[in-house]
Design a protein around this ligand. Structure first.
Ligand code: SAH
Length: 402
């Protein structure tokens, strides 16, 4: 069966094809028939045909014998190997969605499994691409990915931002470098809602910008005119500078990173809000406590922290951290205030975040009203069979005296 495309077969045990047939793309190592296809016989990242116990092919994927998720399905057809032409096709399909959704080429172009490319994300910043692989299979395809991206998008530069901590689960090293094009000294510019932000794909967080929150920031429009806004964990000022653009009278951005704080200053200037936006380097929890002591109050408080629950076993601790953070956020809110609170932890359930908010409100004798549910933007589509692709949750709440 694999004669046509010359790939070794990875055989599943009886019944272990059910999840893949229902739409999932992952194979766990205990599902493999290692008598017939010993995992040790595969190199990390090697392409294979994934087949059920009756030899029926499910599709083409790649293996990592050293990982708990030991294979991922890339294509349900078995006519094509994992090659440039498949990548070109996938990129075109991904691009078609983004071109329908957005007027300008600033978005997440590829969101891994959800775009049929497990282990690959690509963010687009105009004619610059910032790509990240998280699996050995995608790492092996780097040259083909670069060629496919050149064919479909003709970028000026392609960066590899391969320093995500999950890469260690696949024994991949952390690095960031230029994969194609010429390095230039000028900062990379993100355009969002008519504003410009400078970011840094190599030294910055993730791939440089949090596109997943773009649509959520639109909600500020109705909420901030003439108001004092506090943007906690502001990174480059995505929320705070949008708030200034929607007419906030004063915006305070807080982040623990000095380079982020410096960039917020430049981004505020660049967009003409230097007089209304200030940026402070501080630990969020310490800063909120200090504001509380000083009886400072804001009309709108935005809490968009990094993931507090990176692994499932951190959930209990993470729940407490989210609750504490939200309580501190409410303590610096005006009597009739707006709280925007988010979690990008996949392992933190949406309901738990809301529970924490409600508990915090009761503890402070305040009443919360949920106005809007937030989720990741459509350039981060959710794969309905893969819960892990649905990670960002948040709420816009009004918080009143009880
Ligand atoms: N709100 C941002 C994204 C936030 S990413 C946006 O919309 O683009 C998380 C940010 O939190 C990072 O910039 C990181 O530097 C910052 N951070 C992490 N821990 C922190 C802490 N304890 N106090 C303040 N900032 C912190």
């Amino acid at each position: 069966m694999s004669d046509e495309i010359q790939l070794p077969a990875l055989y599943l045990k009886r019944g272990e094809d059910t999840r893949l047939r229902a739409g999932h793309l992952w194979v766990f190592s205990n599902e493999v028939d290692v008598q017939r296809s010993p995992l040790g016989g595969f190199e990390p990242g090697q392409a294979c045909v994934i087949a059920d116990s009756r030899d029926k092919p499910i599709g083409v994927g790649y293996v990592n014998p050293n990982s708990l998720i030991c294979a991922r399905l890339v294509s349900r057809g078995i006519e094509h190997a994992l090659d440039r032409s498949l990548l070109v096709h996938r990129l075109k399909v991904a691009l078609a969605l983004r071109e329908r959704l957005y007027e300008e080429p600033w978005y997440r172009l590829v969101f891994g499994e959800s775009d049929g490319l497990p282990g690959l994300t690509i963010d687009r910043f105009g004619d610059v691409l910032v790509a990240q692989t998280t699996t050995a299979g995608m790492e092996r395809l780097k040259d083909a990915i670069t060629e496919a991206a050149l064919k479909v998008l003709k970028p000026r530069q392609l960066w590899w931002k391969n320093d995500a901590s999950i890469r260690s689960m696949e024994n991949l090293p952390a690095y960031a470098d230029l994969g194609y094009g010429e390095a230039v000294a000028a900062p990379l510019i993100v355009r969002e809602a008519g504003l410009e932000f400078e970011c840094d794909p190599v030294g910055g967080q993730k791939t440089g910008w949090f596109y997943d929150q773009r649509g959520n920031r639109d909600h500020l429009r109705a909420l901030v005119k003439g108001k004092r806004v506090l943007d906690m964990f502001s990174y480059l000022g995505g929320w705070g500078i949008r708030a200034a653009a929607f007419g906030a009278s004063e915006v305070v951005c807080v982040d623990a990173s000095q380079s982020a704080v410096d960039a917020i200053g430049r981004n505020a200037q660049r967009n003409g809000f230097g007089d209304r936006v200030s940026a402070v380097r501080a630990d969020a929890f310490d800063y909120l406590k200090a504001l509380r002591e000083q009886r400072e109050r804001f009309d709108v408080v935005i809490l968009d922290p990094p993931a507090f629950v990176k692994r499932k076993k951190d959930l209990a601790e993470g729940r407490i951290a989210y609750r504490r953070l939200n309580e501190l956020g409410m303590q610096v809110l005006e009597r009739d205030g707006i709280l925007i609170t988010c979690s990008c932890s996949y392992h933190m359930p949406r309901a738990s975040l809301l529970d924490g908010v409600q508990q915090a409100a009761r503890h402070l004798d305040r009443q919360a009203q949920l106005l809007v549910d937030l989720q990741q933007g459509p350039d981060h589509p959710v794969h309905p069979a893969i819960a892990e692709t649905d990670y960002l949750k948040g709420f816009v709440l009004r918080v009143l005296p009880a």
